[in-house]
Design a protein around this ligand. Sequence first.
Ligand SMILES: Cc1cc2nc3c(=O)[nH]c(=O)nc-3n(C[C@H](O)[C@H](O)[C@H](O)COP(=O)(O)O)c2cc1C
Length: 231
Amino acid sequence: MPASDTLPHSVADALHQRRSVRAFSDRPVDPEVLKRIFAAAQRAPSGGNLQPWQATVLTGAPWQQVKDAVGARLAMGRDGYQPEYDIYPKGLTEPWESRRFGIGEALYASLGIPRENKAGRLAQFVENYRGFGAPVMLFLHCSRIMGPPQWSDMGMWLQSVMLLLVENGLASCPQECWAMYGATVRETLGLGDDQILFAGLAIGHADEEAAVNQWTVPRVGVEEAIDWQGF
Ligand SMILES: Cc1cc2nc3c(=O)[nH]c(=O)nc-3n(C[C@H](O)[C@H](O)[C@H](O)COP(=O)(O)O)c2cc1C
């Protein structure tokens, strides 16, 4: 755990400190800390108080089983895909396409993997399916009957968990990539077809030395997001 003086002292601090960590140490995570975090995250708001989020949290052998099962699908190439939903809209336009492209390029640049090194880029992408070495993996899912409003509720719960992890000196990476192998993940977790898998959340202690953890993803200026009226 980082020294207590580096822990966030406010919600704004936690927001600034949280980032997607893509290399974890093998230091285990105290389940009692996770229990407190999930209890606190139950305070996340949801339309109609539906609280649609459901999560399965894994470590040790059950986590390894998911990695093995998805690894077998990965080995099948495109034939192995079982997309649970469209991760991005088909035909993503500007400005969103550039933002998506930019994050990929910055990620590979941080690792010194040029565009020509397709095998190197693929190897880094496949790290997703090891949870970047995280000792704990959380899979976030909900009933398949839920729609966009309830998916936004899941997002609020997810951000609540990520900020609480920061407060406790823990790191995370949200991962939609698991939705590419939704059926295999659900089967391995023992979830029925009535559930839909949204994302994984890799949880652990950041490997502070790893190059991939040394950069901060920029954001567009607030003026691009907020239109003030009547002020
Ligand atoms: C729902 C969700 C799914 C994501 N899926 C992935 C993923 O599969 N793999 C990955 O490396 N990053 C994933 N990310 C991380 C984003 O790339 C990251 O949040 C964004 O680039 C901003 O960077 P930051 O989180 O470090 O601030 C995901 C983020 C969210 C919120």
